[in-house]
Design a protein around this ligand. Structure first.
Ligand code: PLP
Length: 455
């Protein structure tokens, strides 16, 4: 076994294709339905929102989808990303487990999200699109798409959830630095936003509302498309560069993971690392335990229902079958803003349903505790979202210690936390609270799920 602490791949090892897990699934995922007719939608239904190339990827069952050269050329700015062996953390935990992590915080925006932002901006430009509207929660996605828009000459408009817009002025400044424009959502720029503001002028906003506004802008303007930073099949597909590289890096380490861990908001960084390994298993390879970690305050995989639901609060999107807390559910405010979505990627939900992956929910205080323990050993300060993966990696390593077994653990460190120091500050001063969702509101959001005849 190699005794390195970092595994770097040369530039030419950037994957030439993304991995599409649909090709290897034992049962296909449920079709996307039109909310009006209840029938499966076709490419034309999505054409107002997305370029045709991305619609093609959304419904593709081809295993390997070529990464266009201009996208690979941008990936070269920070990819292949490093894989580290967390030897100092192992020592601090005094565990026989081996802990590896893939670090996605070295991208210009500081997270995994540019992996898909760059691809989406490229395909839009190829089809002559000049403007893209989108939403952002904590600001990670908005800044990633703003970066990609700057590279490909596309104007980006971002609807940022109001509570984050007020709390995180530097993420907004970052988007503006890249040339994007960013407004607080709900805004008075859309019909939907004006309606929400009329009935609830002091609303904090939510990701579901911001999606409705961004979709409305794209649907009403011929020159504008829409982009989503997680959940959809093509987004998960673009993120698989993470796992494809990790497979090669684990080979360099002469090792293979027994346990693979990722935090899950919409599911894209988890899928990005995990799906290439799950695919290898589905094709008869080794069978690691693959764990998606979600916040206890927004537990779509562990408490939600696997059912057809809308992707947004205003009900402008098609219906997708996913683990959901209900499109009207507004999670309590907690610091991992990137994990505050009511649903989960249909492909991740489907794999949980098939028993190919597991899910766990954790509260934010133990996550920040893990984030700090990680920072003190490994030096990198994890994004609040990523601390969820760190927590479970540490828990699994401690379990190995108790059992006296050595397992190989691999987790995704999806981003750094340099814009989230206010959250760390709250934790360090003992002011951070573990939030619980309102069980009655969850019940009523679930009771309001749309009825779908096809089910
Ligand atoms: C957005 C974000 C997430 C959550 O999104 P997924 O699609 O579930 O990956 C996790 N980590 C970071 C750093 C993020 O920015």
């Amino acid at each position: 076994m190699s005794d390195s602490i970092k595994y770097f791949l040369p530039e030419e090892k950037i994957a030439k294709s993304w991995y599409n897990i649909v090709a290897d699934l034992p049962a296909p995922p449920a079709p996307v339905l039109h909310p009006g007719t209840g029938q499966p939608i076709g490419p034309d239904d999505l054409a107002p929102l997305f370029p045709m190339a991305l619609i093609g990827q959304e419904v593709s069952a081809e295993r390997d989808i070529e990464i266009p050269k201009p996208v690979r050329d941008v990936y070269r700015m920070w990819r292949p990303s490093p894989l580290y062996r967390a030897r100092r953390l192992e020592q601090a935990l005094d565990t026989p487990a081996k802990i590896y992590y893939k670090y996605e915080g070295g991208s210009p925006a500081g997270s995994h999200k540019p992996n898909t932002a760059v691809a989406q901006a490229f395909y839009n430009r190829e089809e002559g699109i000049k403007k893209i509207s989108t939403e952002t929660g904590a600001g990670q996605w908005g800044s990633s798409l703003a970066f990609a828009g700057a590279l490909f000459g596309i104007e980006i408009s971002v609807f940022m959830v109001k509570v984050s817009y007020d709390q995180k002025p530097y993420r907004r400044a970052m988007m503006e630095t890249y040339g994007a424009n960013c407004v607080a959502s709900p805004s008075n720029l859309t019909e939907y936003g004006r309606a929400v503001l009329a009935s609830d002028p002091d609303t904090t906003g939510s990701l579901g509302m911001a999606i409705s506004e961004a979709v409305e802008v794209a649907a009403k303007n011929d020159d504008t498309k829409y982009a989503l930073g997680s959940v959809l099949n093509h987004v998960l597909l673009h993120q698989t560069v993470i796992g494809m590289e990790a497979i090669e890096q684990m080979e360099m380490a002469d090792d293979y993971p027994d346990i693979i861990i990722g935090c899950a908001g919409g599911g894209s960084n988890f899928a990005g690392l995990g799906f290439p390994f799950v695919g290898a298993k589905l094709r008869g390879g080794p069978a690691p335990t693959v764990i998606a970690v979600e916040p206890a305050a927004c537990p779509s995989l562990t408490r939600g229902t696997f059912a057809y639901d809308f992707g947004d609060t205003g009900h402008f999107t098609p219906l997708v079958k996913m683990h959901t807390l209900g499109s009207t559910f507004v999670p309590p405010g907690f610091h991992a803003g990137g994990l505050r979505y009511h649903g989960m990627a249909p492909l991740v939900s489907h794999l949980l349903h098939l028993g190919e992956i597991e899910a766990r929910a954790v509260h934010q205080n133990p996550c920040f505790e893990a984030g700090i323990q990680f920072a003190r050993a490994e030096g990198i300060i994890p994004a609040p979202e990523a601390t969820h993966a760190v927590r479970v990696a540490i828990d699994e390593a401690l379990k190995c210690k108790v059992e006296g077994t050595s397992r190989t653990i691999l987790f995704n460190l999806s981003g750094h936390g340099h814009f989230d120091m206010a959250a760390y500050d709250e934790f360090l001063s003992g002011k951070l609270e573990d939030k619980d969702y309102d069980a009655e509101k969850l019940d009523s959001a679930l009771a309001a799920l749309p009825e779908v005849a096809a089910e």
